[in-house]
Design a protein around this ligand. Structure first.
Ligand SMILES: Nc1nc2c(ncn2[C@@H]2O[C@H](COP(=O)(O)OP(=O)(O)O)[C@@H](O)[C@H]2O)c(=O)[nH]1
Ligand SMILES: [Mg+2]
Length: 353
């Protein structure tokens, strides 16, 4: 899963990237895209580690991308157009808007105004999507005038795109217009920005870290207040020193963990847990994944020779205390191929190849 951080120049995107990734400033390439794989904390693996004493613990990761700032001109824009090849391919966006004051860092637009910046950022996303939409509509309209076997399909796509175009012109993000399922699938290859789930971050002053101003992006899955520079410092600290520092600023949880959690939610991801003597592991899956699809992620053999998925929910396993006890309590089910995996299911695939 890939998440790009977007926002105006000097909104604190790179500071936030450092806060999420823990990558120090002098390790970043200033003129290139920076990517970091960030662990998705999975405390439920603690119990499995205790039960299985494996050699390895593998948490899922999420890739975060920081885009380079513009070196000349265009500072009045977030530069989404310039970064479209990357942005079209990410699964979610973190929108950063600036609320911090700093005499040494000139704000975008001449003043600090998060509402205005958010509106402009959303506008830029709409405009980028409108351009993608218009190009495709034009192509389809031409294609439809020529004889072809694919007319029905093209007409269907054109209809959907015209609906999208209309929505965008009315300043509606596509996430509110496109139905999940067939429509969403048909549009996926376009990589529309307003179709992607968003976590909004308002980058506040140090003094506001524990008591942020009310601010919300109504189209975001969640809006989080963060002091990016403070959090970038915090993540570099010895974990033992963090609590005192956090208490001083009234920070209740690391921005890294809050943002990762929010993106997990935005993306509709769930986790399947597995264990063997070698490894305990959390597998990220889209909601709705079936047992046989989940098995395929682990190994193609497991899907090919799938017999049953021996399944127990994490809560039942925790309450029982061990697999044996869970079995004795009748909490371990044998699920078929089409079983829809639930978040926190501990699964052992029974297979035969
Ligand atoms: N005081 C303060 N300064 C910040 C904060 N976030 C970023 N900055 C500063 O603003 C400048 C621009 O930040 P940067 O992360 O490079 O912004 P970007 O252009 O969006 O990547 C840097 O000098 C940062 O140190 C913040 O939360 N508070
Ligand atoms: Mg930057």
């Amino acid at each position: 899963m890939r998440v790009a951080i977007v926002g105006f120049p000097y909104s604190g995107k790179t500071a936030l990237f450092r806060a999420i990734s823990g990558v120090p400033l002098d390790h970043l390439k200033p003129t290139e895209e920076n990517l970091a794989a960030v662990h998705i904390p999975e405390p439920r693996l603690d119990l499995l580690e205790k039960l299985f004493k494996p050699r390895r613990r593998t948490e899922a990761t999420m890739d975060f991308i920081d885009l380079p700032g513009s070196t000349e001109g265009q500072v009045e824009k977030a530069g989404l157009e310039r970064h479209l090849p990357t942005l079209r391919q990410v699964d979610a966006l973190v929108l950063v808007v600036r609320a911090f004051e700093s005499p040494s860092v000139p704000p975008h637009g001449g003043s600090v105004d998060p509402q205005r910046d958010l509106a402009q950022l959303r506008d830029e996303m709409l405009v980028a999507d409108l351009a993608i939409c218009a190009t495709r509509v034009e192509k389809l309209q031409k294609a439809i005038t020529k004889p072809s076997k694919e007319h029905d399909q093209q007409k269907h796509e054109l209809e959907l795109l015209l609906r999208c175009q209309n929505a965008l012109e009315n300043e509606q993000p596509l996430s509110q217009v496109v139905q999940p399922g067939a429509e969403e699938k048909l549009l996926r290859s376009f990589g529309f920005l307003t179709q992607k789930p968003v976590t909004a971050v308002i980058n506040v002053n140090e003094e506001q870290a524990g008591n942020p101003p009310p601010f919300r992006d109504p189209h975001a899955v969640e809006t989080l207040a963060v002091c990016a520079t403070l959090e970038a410092e915090l993540i570099q600290m010895d974990p033992a020193d963090r609590p005192a520092f956090m208490a001083e600023y009234g920070i209740r949880a690391l921005a890294r963990d809050r943002i990762v959690r929010s993106c997990v939610q935005a993306l509709g991801m769930i986790f399947m847990l597995t264990a063997c003597a070698e490894e305990v592991r959390a597998w990220p899956l889209p909601k709705g994944t079936t047992a046989v699809e989940a098995a395929a992620k682990v190994h193609t053999d497991l899907a090919r020779g799938f017999i049953k998925a021996e399944t127990v929910s994490y809560e039942d396993l925790r309450a029982a205390g061990s697999i044996r006890e869970a079995k004795a309590a009748g909490k371990v089910r044998l699920e078929p191929k089409h079983y829809v995996v639930q978040d926190g299911d501990f699964i052992t695939v029974k297979f035969n190849v």
